[in-house]
Design a protein around this ligand. Structure first.
Ligand code: ADP
Length: 490
């Protein structure tokens, strides 16, 4: 099969969160199974260029129709971790992808509408005819719309589209003027409740809704989140659209690329280890303490790694820092937010806790430090308000760090409470709490920290049962292939 991924992120060169990991990991799995996979990305100025191999211009003169005119683009090719990536670079005063950051600009919808258009134009002009286009999140929601309304009539009748929603919160809500820029004339045709009209803001269009309506199959990133999206408010207004398209909607748990996330081979951690020599994990704990100036005491390290977004339960994270310290644990946080206000809250907290030798808050994005944290901590907290899949808990499990999670989304599908889950004991791998409340958080943290102090051998068993789980791309890779086969036949 010939599959083209169109996405706004691909780890490690363009990674803001889990989307980047998924595009990279799924592509690798599909290639390992013998399929041809190519990835199309914007050529941001803030790509990790040091991690792209053999970068060169492969198509110097791509003219992308835009606003009745055309924008001149160069398309670059390079390998990212062995994956074949194309990077689209527009040469226009809009400066779509040369702004220092991946996201966070007022013309976001325009930037990614252009990217979607340019990706299809590139495929058309270079005579690439994939069997499958796999699009991700709102940024590429217009791809299936453009494909079925325009490009299939000019020679691209082959591709079928699988559309994966990683986060329903951001949907790409914009004015319908944007459609005309892409060449989709007749705004009134698209601006209908059964097409792109936003379900709550009738004067706007919604890219993600377009992706759902026009794709051949729609997935979200865990079975539990698929259920939540259909039956709760977690699809942020798209529940009815999913209901109408329920026959082509499902949840597939994300996988983790164990070539990238594996303490046995991770070259970025000081001491590699596996289930058979878990004591070596503690050498990473020492190194983590040295690096972050934490004192060397007999204490568990509780950690948080992730974006600092309301979605992640900011109030619970803050509360957990103080509760962990009070319970005799150390706390390490690594995270950042695109919102200056949230970052500032954490900078204030950092200043407040500056002299505390049991606590370190690192505000920023640092992949290498994240790995040392996964390897060197005892417990990791994921107290999300909603969590479509969540990779941090899966990474932590692989690194023998016991997760404490809130029972939402993919966290429900991956973490099973040591004390209360109904599965056999050896299948339980962490701690789970339900309520979005300080009491529930304290109770679960108390259970986890007490086990660490009072029953170390039991804690060790919990670490090992987590490390034994297989959350690789093996199963989800096959699930996606089944979907591709299905939509190619229908
Ligand atoms: P989301 O996609 O909502 O951000 P996920 O749990 O699916 O959350 O994925 C988060 C990924 O991003 C993980 O690989 C995590 O290690 C990484 N990550 C998040 N924040 C940081 C950070 N500040 N520094 C390094 N890695 C981070």
């Amino acid at each position: 099969m010939y599959i083209v991924m169109i996405a706004s992120e691909c780890a490690p060169v363009a990674k803001v969160g889990g989307l980047g990991d998924v595009v990279q990991g799924l592509s690798r799995e599909l290639e390992t199974r013998g399929h041809a996979v190519e990835i199309i990305l914007p050529k941001y100025d803030c790509l990790r260029y040091d991690l792209i191999h053999g970068l060169h211009i492969t198509c110097a003169d791509l003219w992308v129709p835009w606003h009745g005119n055309a924008i001149h683009c160069s398309v670059w090719f390079g390998f990212v971790h062995g994956r074949k990536c194309f990077f689209i670079e527009p040469h226009s005063q809009d400066n779509f992808f040369s702004r220092g950051n991946f996201y966070g600009y007022p013309d976001e919808a325009l930037r990614f509408a252009f990217f979607s258009k340019a990706a299809l134009e590139f495929l058309l002009k270079t005579n690439k005819r994939p069997d499958i286009l796999h699009c991700h999140d709102w940024q590429t929601g217009l791809v299936p719309v453009l494909l079925y309304e325009m490009y299939q009539h000019v020679g691209m009748s082959n591709p079928r589209v699988c559309y994966t929603i990683h986060n329903f919160r951001h949907q790409g809500i914009a004015s319908d003027n944007i459609l005309a820029a892409t060449g989709l004339q007749r705004p009134s045709y698209y601006h209908q409740p059964d097409r792109l009209q936003d379900n709550f803001n009738p004067s706007a269009i919604n890219f993600m809704k377009g992706g759902i309506v026009y794709s051949n199959f729609v997935t979200t990133v865990s079975p539990q989140h698929a259920w939540e999206a259909r039956y709760t408010d977690q699809s942020y207004g798209l529940g009815h659209t999913l209901y109408l398209h329920q026959g082509k909607f499902g949840g597939i748990l994300n996988g983790l690329d164990y070539e990238v996330w594996n303490p046995e081979i991770d070259s970025l951690i000081p001491c590699r280890y596996h289930i058979g020599n878990l004591d070596r994990k503690y050498c990473n704990k020492e190194k983590l303490r040295e690096r972050l100036w934490l004192r060397k005491e007999f204490k568990p390290i509780v950690t948080y790694v992730g974006r600092l977004d309301q979605q992640k339960g900011i109030h619970l994270i803050k509360h957990a820092i103080f509760y962990a310290l009070q319970q005799g644990a150390q706390f390490v946080l690594l995270g950042s937010s695109p919102e200056a206000g949230i970052n500032e809250q954490f900078w204030q907290l950092k200043r407040q806790l500056n002299d505390n030798q049991d606590c370190h808050l690192e505000i920023g994005f640092n992949e290498e430090l994240s790995r040392l944290i996964y390897a060197g901590s005892d417990l990791i907290l994921v107290p999300s308000i909603y969590e479509p899949c969540g990779l941090t808990q899966m990474i932590a499990l692989k690194y023998g760090t016991v997760p404490i999670v809130r029972a939402v989304g993919g966290l429900v599908n991956t973490v099973f409470d040591r004390d209360y889950d109904l599965r056999p004991f050896h299948e339980r791998n962490g701690y789970v709490f339900n309520q979005d409340s300080y009491q529930a958080l304290e109770s679960v943290m108390h259970r986890a920290i007490s086990l660490w102090y009072n029953y170390p051998s039991e804690f060790c068993k919990l670490m090992i049962s987590g490390m034994r789980y297989d959350y690789s791309w093996n199963h989800p890779g096959q699930d996606y292939l089944n979907i591709y086969q299905h939509i190619m036949q229908n």
